[in-house]
Design a binder for this molecule. Structure first.
Ligand code: GLU
Length: 466
């Protein structure tokens, strides 16, 4: 059996967007699931719009998602000679020809066809002119006749009439640069690509590409066209629906594993299973599971998948990540401290940004803690302050701030005073964190440590009373 080779050929638009990332993931998984190879190719024939930074942005996105490639990144801009060789071959074999029609002439032909109730097309007038190369002349490919049929990996059997779908399309522009359909076929054939999974916006290109494969005598790969991703309003996903770049999601504190799991479910399924490890995906991924109905990008769902991954992740894997997001807040701590903090937030954080923001109080200097006005008003009224002063005195007598010791001391105090625990807990919580919510009080005190806890209670007690 021939080796499976898939590819991801983004046009460098400046970032790896959600749709592109899903396409990359499907192709990567298909290759990995079949012990095959995966090619990364940057389709930068439009030189004006392409820069090395854009290529880097795509590479960064791929790296973040953990989608490694076996070949590339190739740049189409390095491969012009190969495209020209193929164009020459097509001219020699009578499949392509030079055309000197002006764009006004071509527009007029289209208009005429339209007026006659026909499909607007180039009228093939240069086919028989036998023109040679010349300034500004394009090269056109002779549209074949007959049926273009293939068994799409996603949509099943498809057949289209070549004459309906394709006119004598341009394969080389007047300025000498190759057109997308020519370059993509030459590259895919040259790189031995066997399976092409891409968005269904490329469906209408397929007859052109298949005609080129036939004319060049290259073996036909398999094609699979996946439905587009929609926003919650059923419109094609765009910036209006939120961040498009996958690296924006990195910045927002999503885990790459969660992103991969979420993306794969946008168009692929395996029974009812929602959560897949990467290993499982590599084992289970197949074309059969690709859906032919469109999927919807839903940030709430992605967030809940992320929360799940945060909960299930190992503390060691989250420590460096938390450090990375704390840095954005100008905070740092050693790994041992972070390893104490992470488990307090794993059950509740939906993103790493949220975790960093919520745990920031642990790492700030005591003087940096700002007391939330609402929390102070509600929880540090005069009576509560009196209680807080007593608790502060009590906690000063607890030698070691372990959860067990703190629980014992505070529990006994609450019982003696016949107070509900919340009555004591809230003033203490506001005093040490500045806010009215935090993880469990004993854990929080224990991780914060005795000195900081007492110091912060003193600061709270010194707050002006209104
Ligand atoms: N450069 C094209 C795109 O980004 C590639 C399409 C294809 O997969 O053939 O849409």
């Amino acid at each position: 059996m021939t080796k499976v080779v898939t590819r991801f050929p983004p046009s460098p638009t400046g970032y790896l967007h959600i749709g592109g990332a899903r396409t990359a993931l499907f192709n990567w998984l298909f290759a990995r699931a079949h012990d095959g190879e995966f090619v990364l190719r940057i389709e930068d024939t439009d030189q004006a719009r392409s820069t090395p930074e854009m290529t880097q942005a795509i590479v960064d996105g791929m790296n973040w998602l953990g989608l490694d490639w076996d070949h590339g990144p190739y740049l189409q801009s390095d491969r012009t000679e190969l495209y020209n060789q193929h164009i020459e071959k097509l001219i020699e074999t009578g499949h392509a020809y030079y055309c000197d029609c002006t764009s006004e002439q071509v527009d007029a032909m289209r208009e005429k066809a339209r007026a006659e109730g026909k499909k607007p097309k180039y009228d093939e007038s240069c086919r028989s002119k036998n023109l040679g190369p010349g300034e500004g002349r394009v090269v056109r490919f002779k549209a074949p006749e007959g049926l273009c049929a293939w068994k799409d990996l996603v949509k099943g059997p498809i057949s289209m009439d070549y004459q309906e779908m394709v006119d004598d399309f341009i394969i080389r522009r007047g300025n000498g640069s190759p057109m997308y359909n020519l370059a993509v076929v030459v590259d895919d054939a040259d790189m031995g690509v066997t399976h092409i999974i891409r968005g269904e916006d490329h469906l209408s290109n397929n007859p052109k590409q298949m005609a080129l494969y036939n004319a060049l005598g290259y073996p036909m790969p398999e094609f699979g066209h996946v439905p587009m991703i929609f926003g919650s309003d059923k419109k094609k996903l765009s910036k209006r629906h939120g961040a498009m770049s996958v690296m924006e999601y990195e910045k927002m504190g999503f885990l790459p594993e969660a992103m991969v799991n979420y993306l794969v479910r946008l168009g692929w399924g395996h029974g009812d299973q929602e959560v897949f490890s990467r290993e499982e995906l590599v084992e289970l991924f197949n074309a059969k599971g690709l859906n032919s109905s469109p999927s919807m990008f839903d940030l709430t769902k992605l967030t809940s998948v992320n929360a799940h991954y945060i909960k299930e992740a190992s503390v060691e894997s989250l420590v460096p990540l938390l450090a990375r997001y704390l840095k954005d807040l100008d905070l740092e701590a050693d790994d041992a401290k972070l390893a104490e903090i992470v488990p307090l937030y794993q059950p509740r954080a939906t993103t790493m940004v949220e975790m960093a923001e919520q745990c920031a109080f642990f790492l700030m200097d005591d003087e940096q803690i700002e007391f939330e006005e609402k929390a102070v008003k509600k929880n540090l009224k005069p009576a509560a302050r009196e209680l807080l002063a007593e608790v502060r005195a009590l906690l000063a007598t607890v030698d070691e701030f372990t959860e067990a010791a703190l629980e014992e001391a505070l529990h006994a105090f609450a019982e003696e005073r016949e107070l509900k625990f919340g009555k004591i807990a809230q003033p203490v919580r506001v005093a040490i964190t500045g806010r009215s919510f935090s993880p469990g009080l004993y854990e929080t005190l224990a991780v914060l440590g005795k000195d900081k806890s007492l110091n912060r209670m003193d600061r709270a007690l010194a707050l002006p009373q209104d």
